[in-house]
Design a protein around this ligand. Structure first.
Ligand code: SF4
Length: 339
């Protein structure tokens, strides 16, 4: 993959551009955070277009944090829209209450543009993929450890050589090129992530590494926060998504969110090639990308191996064949994708 379509990302790494969330911390809004939710959303939309000057006390980030908290009163962070009262300790479909960090480390196995990537894995997921490659954390939403927002912000800053407080002191060999929010899926933990970034001053690109099953409201909260969407576009039809990930209305939601994400930020799309799913999934996914997001980088992934409950589904009960992966690459090439 070439780096042409990640110019803003590289601008941040070169110190020419600031990570978007830093500006959101500085932009001001003219609203009382105790207002009703409708008023808060109106103030949010207006601030995204025309932020106030520094005379106002409340920042756009404060407003996003407050809206994130309100969404936990009646959870609608993902398109399951459970309505769980998570702020009153009621769990929804994903089972996530507090943000539990399963592990965090400098990941060297992501795309070449991204490594080393300070990757923060949350427990729990909004999907139930029968072949989940991270099932040990995605199916255990209460495993892991709680880390205060301030502590995690400091941990992020310690991985960066670039903060608003001046140069970092870490060895260049240990420095991260970005913060990579993942799971499971990070969506259930969006309010916590906003709290962390309100405390943080590292000039590091923020990467949203997700299945993209967010609601439109959650996508609005990510606007002004995320620099690179690292998305997972698995299926080319609703039937496969329902059967293998228990994800209703997959195509409408995932296509909508990809268009929204590209309008907000830069993007890399991952497509994990599943055995026996070339014509029903790989071809339509890659064709849709070529038609709608032709300038976006695509990572056609061959890493599939049968995990979790995959043995119960015949076509995915075995590893991907080399011939199938070659076919996927051939389709990407024929479509002229940046793969
Ligand atoms: S994030 Fe979890 S609780 Fe919230 S709507 Fe989605 S599945 Fe339900």
């Amino acid at each position: 993959m070439s780096s042409n379509s990640l110019s803003n990302y590289y601008g941040i790494l070169e110190g020419e551009v600031r990570a978007r969330y830093l500006k959101t911390r500085e932009d001001r809004v003219d609203v009382d955070l105790k207002s009703d939710e409708g008023s808060l959303w109106r103030a949010h939309e207006s601030a995204l277009v025309r932020p106030r000057k520094r005379t106002e006390e409340t920042s756009l980030m404060d407003l996003k944090v407050e809206l994130g908290r309100r969404m936990l009163d009646n959870c609608r962070l993902c398109e399951r829209r459970c309505g769980a009262k998570r702020s009153s300790m009621e769990t929804g479909h994903c089972g996530v209450l507090e943000a539990m960090v399963s592990r965090e480390f400098l990941h060297m196995g992501e795309e070449p543009d991204l490594v080393p990537s300070y990757t923060i894995f949350f427990s729990g997921c909004t999907f139930n993929c029968v072949f989940c490659q991270n099932w040990d954390i995605s199916t255990k939403p209460d495993s892991g450890t709680t880390i205060s927002a301030r502590t995690l912000a400091k941990m992020i800053e310690s991985k960066s050589g670039r903060t608003d407080r001046g140069a970092g002191s870490g060895s260049p060999l240990r420095l991260a090129r970005n913060v990579n929010w993942v799971g499971g899926d990070p969506t259930s933990n969006l309010p916590y992530i906003l709290e962390v970034l309100r405390e943080c001053r590292a000039n590091l690109p923020q990467v949203w590494n997700s299945n993209m099953y967010l609601t439109e409201e959650a996508m609005r909260l990510l606007d002004g926060i995320i620099d690179v969407y690292l998305t997972d576009f698995k299926y080319g039809n609703d039937e496969c998504a329902l059967r293998l990930s228990n994800a209703p209305n997959y195509m409408r939601i995932i296509e909508r969110n990809h268009i929204t994400a590209r309008a907000q930020a830069e993007m890399i799309i991952r497509h994990l090639v599943l055995p026996g799913h070339i014509e029903c999934c790989t071809r339509p996914v890659l064709s849709w990308i070529a038609e709608n997001l032709h300038d976006v980088k695509v990572n056609v992934m061959a890493q599939y191996h049968p995990e979790h409950r995959a043995s119960n589904y015949e076509e995915i009960s075995k590893p991907l064949r080399l011939t199938e992966y070659r076919k996927a690459l051939e389709i990407a090439e024929q479509l002229g994708l940046d793969a």
